[in-house]
Structure formats: C-alpha cells, structure tokens
Design a protein around this ligand. Structure first.
Ligand code: ZN
Ligand code: ZN
Length: 341
C-alpha cells in the first residue's frame, strides 16, 4: 500500500511525522484529491498553542485551507471528476440538529471539520465527502484559490455587515484576516479603509501593498485622535479581526454605526461599557465563519477583482510546517502556504 509521510498532531502543541497509508475512497460519496497547496490558518496556530485555543483531535492530520486536483471519485459523485480543480469548505454540519433544521448551519452542534476532527490537508492527499469540495475555474490561480476558506469567513461577515457604498471602515488586526477584510471592503466600494494594529511591520505591509488607505499603530498614545483626524465623526463600520477589541471598536464608531466582532479569543475577556453602545445607537454583531458564504466566495474569486495572493509572503515544504506556524505566530510572515510536491 502506498504511504505518505505527514505531520500528525499529537496534542500539547506538538506534531510528529509519521508514514500513514494514502487515503482511499471509503464511501460512494467520497472524493480523493491530490493537494497542491494548504494555507496555515490562525486556527492551526490556536490548535498548536499551549494551552490550546482551539480544540483538535489527537493523532490527526491538521490543515483545512486546501486547493488541489481530483484524483478519484466514488460512484455516487456526479458533479466532480478526475482532473477538476477544487477548494475545500471544511465544516461538515450534521443536517439534523436544532440549528441545522432552521438553516443556521454554521451553528451546528454536531459538526465535523476537515483538519480538526478528521484528517486534514497538510498532506499530499485528502479524502473527504463530495460536499466539502467546490470546483474552481481556470480563471482562478492556485495562489488565490488557496485563500478560499479564510476569504469565505470574511465574505460571511461582510454579508452580515451590509456595508453601504462609501462607508469608512476601521479594521483592528492587520494580519491575513484583517487584510482580506480590507481587500473585500475596497472591492465593495468602501470609502476609507483604516488598518489598526500594534505590529508596525504588518501595518506597513498593508499600506505598502495598497491594501489599506491608512494605518494607525494603536501603541501610540494618540491613536484615537489620529483616527478622528481621518474620520471626524468616527467610522461607519468597525471590525474586530483580533478578538478582544470590542471597546476600541465602540469608541471609534460613529453614532448609529456598526461593530463587527470576528476574531476568536476563547480565553480572553473584556470590560464593556454598555452605556457607550446604547448612547451611540450602535449595532454590535458577531460573525462566526459565515452562513453558507461559499458560492459567493467562489464567484468573488472567479471575478479576479482582487489579487488576494498578495498576502502570501512565504511558501514552504510540508517538512517545514512547524517553521511556518512559528513565522506566522511571530508575525514575521503574513500568510504562509505549504506546498506539497
Ligand atoms: Zn482557516
Ligand atoms: Zn447540525
């Protein structure tokens, strides 16, 4: 039997390389793909943190931001055939729980996820049910396609934000997710797009690449007055792509504005001044992975409106996965992609 040497998550922030069999179809609905690239996600950083900030099963292959080519399909698979290029929507909802039965599939309480509960895509091959795969056209190159999953989460949040043309937007967190927000906001016709972070290198990256119209380092004592110099009444939409910036978002929102809470920090808690939210008539919305944003994301990628691949700063081999995770954790990298060979 053919084997592949892949990193296996063994818990406690550790992984080890093992030879495991190349997966094969186990069900008539299964599809086997050869993985071309898989992006390192903030979720992977959280899985590898000690203590973990995101739960994953031990002894599985992690990785869920994959682009690849179909190799084999089960007998019940009709929409995909060998040779098709595909991306992965990793969460598989159960279809039967309280939330699934009212269409809130992103809130499923009995879901499985590629790269968290079942084997993922930091591997040369991935076998999964056909429903996780979305076909991409030749318009979309692999360097853009590999950003499909994080982009889908941003698309889901922006649907919820119902941004208006000309809206001024502030985004806390100038990492890969914040940068994707900025690109999508601009494509949607935002006015000013202002990035806020404490990492000057990331702020410089987003302004140098023309992703944001302005950037502010929140380490500066005057960061709020810098923001109000740009938007005297505050921003129409403030997005927290960090996970603990709710009050900063509230403070810089204009009256009647919107705050979108997107970053996930399960171990953090904040003090909230509720009066500010009420007095300013703010709408504060949480957004978790988006409600079926996948077809929309495929269309956005297919349009080639944005070159999302600008965010990729490093491409590494599978043997260097942990190095890639460290590069992202230290913020030395924006987006790190693992290439299979
Ligand atoms: Zn991801
Ligand atoms: Zn469910």
């Amino acid at each position: 039997m053919d084997t592949m040497n892949v990193p296996i998550f063994i818990g406690n922030g550790k992984m080890e390389y093992r030879n495991i069999p190349v997966p094969n179809l186990e069900d008539e609905n299964d599809v086997l793909i050869q993985v071309d690239q898989c992006g390192i996600c903030g979720t992977d950083l959280n899985i590898m943190a000690v203590p973990p900030a995101h739960k994953a099963e031990n002894n599985i292959v992690i990785g869920h931001e994959a682009v690849g080519k179909v190799v084999k399909v089960g007998s019940a698979v009709q929409k995909l055939k060998p040779g098709d290029r595909v991306v992965v929507a990793p969460r598989m909802n159960c279809g039967e729980c309280f939330y699934c039965r009212q269409g809130l599939v992103n809130q499923c309480i009995d879901y499985k996820t590629i790269g968290t509960t079942v084997n993922g895509a930091f591997a040369p091959y991935l076998c999964a049910p056909q429903r996780v795969f979305y076909k991409i056209s030749d318009n979309v190159n692999n360097d853009n396609a590999v950003l499909f999953e994080p982009l889908s989460c941003v698309v889901g949040a922006m649907v919820k934000a119902s941004m208006q043309i000309g809206d001024n937007v502030a985004i806390f967190g100038a990492g890969p997710m914040g940068a994707l927000f900025a690109m999508v906001c601009k494509a949607m016709g935002a006015g000013k797009v202002i990035m806020l972070d404490i990492a000057q290198s990331r702020l410089d990256f987003t302004t140098d690449k023309g992703i944001a119209t302005a950037s502010i380092n929140v380490k500066s004592e005057q960061w709020k007055s810098e923001l109000f110099d740009i938007c005297p009444f505050g921003v129409d939409i403030a997005i927290d792509a960090v996970g603990n910036q709710i009050m900063s978002c509230v403070e810089i929102s204009r009256r009647g504005g919107k705050v979108i809470l997107f970053g996930l920090r399960p171990n953090d808690s904040q003090t909230i001044t509720q009066y500010e939210i009420t007095r300013k008539d703010l709408s504060v919305l949480g957004s978790f992975v988006g409600l079926n944003p996948f077809e929309q994301t495929i269309k956005l990628l297919d349009s080639n409106t944005c070159d999302f691949s600008t965010l990729i700063t490093h491409k590494l081999n599978l043997a260097d996965l942990e190095k890639g995770i460290e590069l992202m954790r230290s913020r030395a990298a924006m987006k790190v992609i693992i290439e299979m060979d």
